[in-house]
Ligand binder design. Structure first.
Ligand code: DOR
Length: 436
């Protein structure tokens, strides 16, 4: 006889919920898509578990049971570039990577700069295997010339605004955006790269760009952009979020701004935490072409330190799918971006946790509670009564990154062939298994 009191129990896992400060072996009970209770093992609980049908039990022995992961920086490409990704395929990739919520960027075609496009994405996402929160554009067509109807976007459900891919170059435009966003208490997410200083650079300006003869974009392009926006944030007292931080100078500036009480948050990608521009000359792998570019070892060390000391709040993939046809070209003409949803957990475990920079609890916090706090999508915790969005991770599973197995439509990962430890075992949304 199946249990009537609960639909599902995830038993015997190591439950880690940084929001609740919980980290113990325990059982998670689910009913009607909601978390009902988390109980540590006891004679009474063992007895209760006997009332469950085997089909109602997920045995999570030797696994980690954590709140559904949240990725606040994802490109789903729909509408407009469905060959590279759709909302459906991107959400299946998200579920495979352990993400139950993603925030999607507005640089689609058409741009998400109006209510109709927000609604289109939300409608498409209704049947997807992850929750999708829309980030609207700051300016119309993300051109930086005229503000989008920010109030309308928020009314329709946009959780933040960004012109991601483009920096809002005009400081007065950015000031107005911060002021408008403040009225709705949403953050302005900034792709911080001054376009004049980047000047068409295709990699980091460094010894390596000189050696390879490729045009570089200097770290100062990011540093100047961040410093300007911190000054505007100080002026407007609005919420600013710096996307994909890649330089030591930006980390230092954000650290100092936080100490001053400026309302700034920041994210970093696995690739900026792990890779340096030394990689590019090996094979000219176009999947290493990304904006902002992967930098030098001292920048890489600085973003790791910033993540560890809390200067950088979140880990975000900047999942940016491009088709093989688009990436199969010379390095300097390849479109920037790499996929990331399906490799984030393994990369963070292998390069940050196993190397002693982060504990599992720290890493989970930066992919659950902190993204929820930063951008405001619900979730990020396993509290009683909340939707049962849960990720189960096999922390010691060894695997090799194989693009043919990606659920994303695009395969543009520079990590193909990497041997990683730590893999998503099952992903549960609303109490239902969406990936196993
Ligand atoms: O590398 C990138 N690709 N950086 C961005 O900001 C945009 C993204 C894309 O849309 O492909």
């Amino acid at each position: 006889m199946p249990s009537k009191k609960y639909d599902l129990v995830i038993s015997n896992g190591r439950v880690i919920d940084p929001a609740l400060g919980f980290g113990k072996d325990a059982h998670v009970f689910i009913k009607d898509g909601l978390i009902k209770k988390i109980e540590v093992d006891s004679v009474a609980i063992r007895k209760e578990l006997k009332s469950f049908d085997t089909s109602q039990i997920i045995d999570a022995t030797d696994k980690l049971v954590v709140p559904g992961l949240i990725d606040i920086h994802v490109h789903l490409r729909e509408p407009g570039r469905e060959g590279a990704e759709t909302i459906d395929s991107g959400c299946r990739a998200a579920a495979a990577g352990g993400f139950t919520s993603v925030c999607c960027m507005p640089n689609t075609t058409p741009r998400i700069d109006n209510q109709e496009t927000v609604k289109f994405v939300q409608d498409r996402a209704k049947t997807a295997s992850a929750r999708v929160y829309v980030v609207g554009a700051i300016t119309k067509n993300i051109e930086g010339k005229q503000l989008a109807e920010i109030g309308d976007l928020v009314k329709m459900g946009a959780v933040a605004i960004t012109d991601d891919g483009n920096y809002v170059q005009d400081p007065n435009m950015m000031r107005r955006a911060l002021e408008y966003a403040k009225m709705f208490d949403i953050p302005v997410m900034q792709h911080a790269e001054d376009k004049y200083l980047c000047d068409g650079g295709v990699m980091n300006e460094s010894f390596q760009s000189t050696r390879l003869g490729l045009k570089g974009a200097p770290p100062a392009a990011e540093e100047i952009a961040v410093l300007r926006d911190l000054a505007l944030c100080r002026l407007t007292k609005s919420r600013l979020h710096i996307q994909h931080v890649s330089t030591k100078g930006a980390v230092d500036a954000i650290r100092q701004a936080k100490a001053e009480g400026i309302r700034v948050t920041a994210e970093v990608t696995p690739h900026h935490l792990i890779l340096t521009d030394d990689e590019i000359g090996k094979e000219f792998n176009t999947n290493l072409r990304v904006n902002p570019p992967i930098r030098t070892e001292s920048d890489r060390e600085a973003v790791v330190a910033g993540l560890v000391d809390g200067t950088i709040d979140c880990i975000a993939s900047d999942h940016a799918p491009h088709t093989d046809e688009d990436k199969d070209c010379e390095f300097d003409v390849a479109p920037p971006g790499m996929v990331g949803l399906e490799t984030t957990v393994g990369l963070i475990k292998t390069f940050l946790i196993d190397k002693g920079y982060l504990s599992w609890a720290d890493a989970i916090r930066k992919m659950t509670y902190d993204p929820a706090r930063t951008l405001g999508p619900p979730g990020g915790s396993l509290s009683d009564g909340t939707p049962a969005d849960i990720t189960i991770i096999d922390p010691e599973k060894r695997w090799t990154v194989n693009a043919a197995k990606f659920l994303s439509r695009s395969k543009n990962s520079p990590f193909v062939g990497y041997k990683l430890t730590g893999k998503v075992y099952k992903t549960i949304m609303n109490g239902k298994v969406v990936f196993e």
